[in-house]
Design a protein around this ligand. Sequence first.
Ligand code: ATP
Ligand code: MG
Length: 411
Amino acid sequence: MITAQKGTKDIFGQETAKWHFVEQAMREVFENANYTEIRTPIFEATELFARGVGDSTDIVNKEMYTFVQKERSLTLRPENTAGVVRAYIEHGMHRISPPVKLFYKGPMFRYERPQAGRQRQFHQVGVEVFGMENPSCDAEVISTAIAFLNKIGLNDLELEINSLGCEKCRSNFREKLKAAVKPMLENFCDDCKMRYEKNPLRMLDCKSPECQSYLATEAVRNVINSEFICEDCQAHFDKLKSYLDALNIKYTVNKLLVRGLDYYNRTVFEIKSNSLGSQNAVCGGGRYDTLVQTLGGVPTPAVGWAMGMERLMALIPDVNAKQLDAYIVCQDLNETLKVAKLLRENNIKTEFDMQGKNFSKGFEKALKSGANFAVILGEDEIKANKITVKNLQSKEQVTVDRDKVLDIFKN
Ligand code: ATP
Ligand code: MG
């Protein structure tokens, strides 16, 4: 038997209703906040991710599905910010009066160890907003994320924020951090040793408890807790906090929060749900004011976030699929097909007995189907051009002229 690949899942049956519910809520929230959808390809040039996500990240180093096709190196997208930025540049969207507000949803691919809340093909929904440096924009994307989570019934959330400063204040911080870590460097994991060279800030994000214990030593703590960001960056961060206060959005400042991607500057944030186990991060995002330029566009500030949809699905209760309105019981399949077509054209969810051989069996199927109404066309009805509609709960039934059948469903 050929089975689905490790870390991938089929979504069907009851589960699909949940996805539709979440997708519907998502569309409404984004529509009201004036975002438009962008759909970019599933695969891109490998170079886009190497440059756009950053070659000191786990994603680029270990997790990409890369293949060569006619001497071209291609990669299944591990995230979608790089792809959206590529599209922004390629279509000259900087000519649109800012902000340019985009959202996406779709499958992403990362070669990681599958476990609860962690798959190799998973889905993300995300937003990217281009052209706004003002921290009101950071507040807007955060508040849109929370509005969406609230809309699908998730209220027990924790928002963590931090500011990484700009390139100027960060280089200063980087050197101080390296100096503090250096005497203990031997004790850190191999990944952290590599990060020390390429992107020392990412050491703060290491999941290893050992590394975290070394980061907890006083010398390192003092650097982390220092007010290293410059005046402009501090003012930007303070403004963001005041906007969140105005919106009544609770947050904590987590100085260890750096996020997994190389391109972030200034604001970074994460939203956690308290009802999820170890993989409790449902949303991560931040500002990336240099990425558009890095990928060859005109300098454009930007901010965005992504959410893991499977993690959302794990948090919300089952959603019932819409039940059938009508089940047609009739032995004349010509008539059955015609009535089904008529009902469906009028938004009445309809199924019918496709055997049409035996009236009582057909009626049993109607009962089993969970439909609200059985639509019955026996020989007498067909002769008289009538139709009987039976309410399967109250057992009441009426027989009406065929052209009046829709009226019954209107009430
Ligand atoms: P984590 O620390 O959990 O690995 P990350 O920093 O790699 O997360 P991002 O790249 O910021 O995650 O992606 C945003 C969101 O996508 C995460 O918060 C999570 O909900 C989801 N996500 C990331 N990787 C996976 C995966 N392998 N399977 C399912 N969801 C994922
Ligand atoms: Mg990860």
